[in-house]
Design a protein. Structure first.
Length: 363
């Protein structure tokens, strides 16, 4: 591989006339102000491939699907929109069902289709269940968590839980000791419990401002405690529906470079409006917005990472910050050291951003 970009985001800066060489899928050399003749030249800006750490499916399928071909179709839909590194997220199900879903995904993680598995549930608050089946929610149990991790054979990268549940803080400590990244979400926790969870090892917040109280200055909530912890990354679904401009401005003002762009995509991502489901819950997608038919709660998104990136760039007009939010910070947060940046020794995952279009150059 030998490509040239009129510009590229390298070393946290927008650099001009950049040549990137690679071999065996790894970047081997980067030259700034390059005058070499490359194999391909790109007039747009070269950026690292997107790292989506919270996504449930696409192309009409979930990553929990029984068919590997359907799972691959969902994965490839997101790849075509620039997601070169993907964590497969699973929603709340009975523990036995989750174990089976995990076991089916493990070979795909081992094959590099996904970088890991994310369990969003079942250890979530009934009061903030969102699009999770309330009857299946439960407090965490160490033996149960151990069985899930054993089923994952090292592939479970992240688990979202509500720390106020019985055994919640102990679960954070246990999962952290097992090398699993703990995200706090779907939670009604107060500030003291939230801070205790951070002290116990929790590393980030799942889809900030969704599945939790809205920001309210002076309130003793997980929301305000998270904003006050300026180094805690906050997942954000920037689709024009889940997060208001006011909340996004508040997040950007609360600490530098703490936003992680995610899709939280359900099966309709990359597809058409219509009737879908999440687990056992019925969903209708209208004008690209997914809601439960039962109570009209938001049910994930139909977002892809290229659109999330463009939406965020429109808001803050800083492509370097957007690259950090879409690629670098999610990779760093989950310890995915081989991706997230255009740098020597990293995987050769390169996109071209041109106007509002994202093109996969190397994956």
């Amino acid at each position: 591989m030998h490509i040239h970009g009129s510009s590229a985001v390298v070393d946290g800066k927008l650099q001009e006339k950049v040549c990137i060489k690679g071999a065996d899928g790894v970047i081997t050399a980067i030259t700034l102000n390059c005058a070499e003749t490359p194999d391909s030249s790109h007039s747009g800006t070269l950026i690292p491939g997107f790292v989506d750490i919270h996504s449930h499916g696409g192309a009409g399928f979930y990553f929990s699907d029984l068919s590997p071909e359907n799972v691959a179709a969902a994965r490839n839909t997101h790849l075509s929109h620039g997601t070169t590194t993907h964590i497969a997220s699973l929603v709340t199900e009975p523990i036995g069902v989750l174990e089976v879903q995990i076991l089916r995904l493990v070979p795909m993680v081992n094959a590099g289709v996904f970088e890991g598995i994310h369990l969003e549930g079942p250890y979530l608050s009934h009061a903030r269940c969102g699009a999770h089946e309330p009857s299946l929610l439960r407090s965490p149990d160490i033996d149960e968590l151990s069985a899930l991790l054993d089923a994952g054979q090292g592939a479970i990268t992240m688990i979202t839980l509500a720390p106020e549940l019985d055994g919640g803080i102990e679960a954070v400590e246990y999962l952290t000791s097992r090398g699993v990244t703990v995200a706090l979400g779907h939670s009604q926790a107060d500030a003291a419990t939230t801070n205790a969870a951070f002290a116990a090892g929790a590393k980030l917040i799942t889809h900030f401002s969704n599945g939790m109280p809205k920001p309210s200055k002076g309130a003793s909530t997980i929301t305000e405690a998270s904003l006050a912890q300026k180094k805690i990354p906050l997942e954000m679904i920037i689709d024009g529906v889940h997060v208001t401009d006011e909340i996004l401005r508040e997040v950007l003002a609360s600490g530098e470079q703490r936003t992680i762009l995610i899709t939280d995509s359900m099966s309709a991502a990359g597809g058409a409006d219509g009737s879908y489901s999440i687990g056992s819950l019925d969903v209708v997608v209208l004008d690209g917005v997914a809601r439960l038919t039962s109570n009209h709660s938001l049910a994930g998104s139909t977002l892809t990472m290229d659109k999330a990136f463009s939406n965020f760039l429109t808001f803050n007009n800083n492509i370097v910050d957007c690259v950090f939010a879409a690629s670098t910070l999610p990779a760093k947060t989950l310890g995915l050291h081989a991706v997230g940046e255009i740098a020597v020794g990293k995987k050769a995952h390169v996109l071209e951003y041109k106007g509002s279009e994202i093109v996969v150059v190397a994956s």
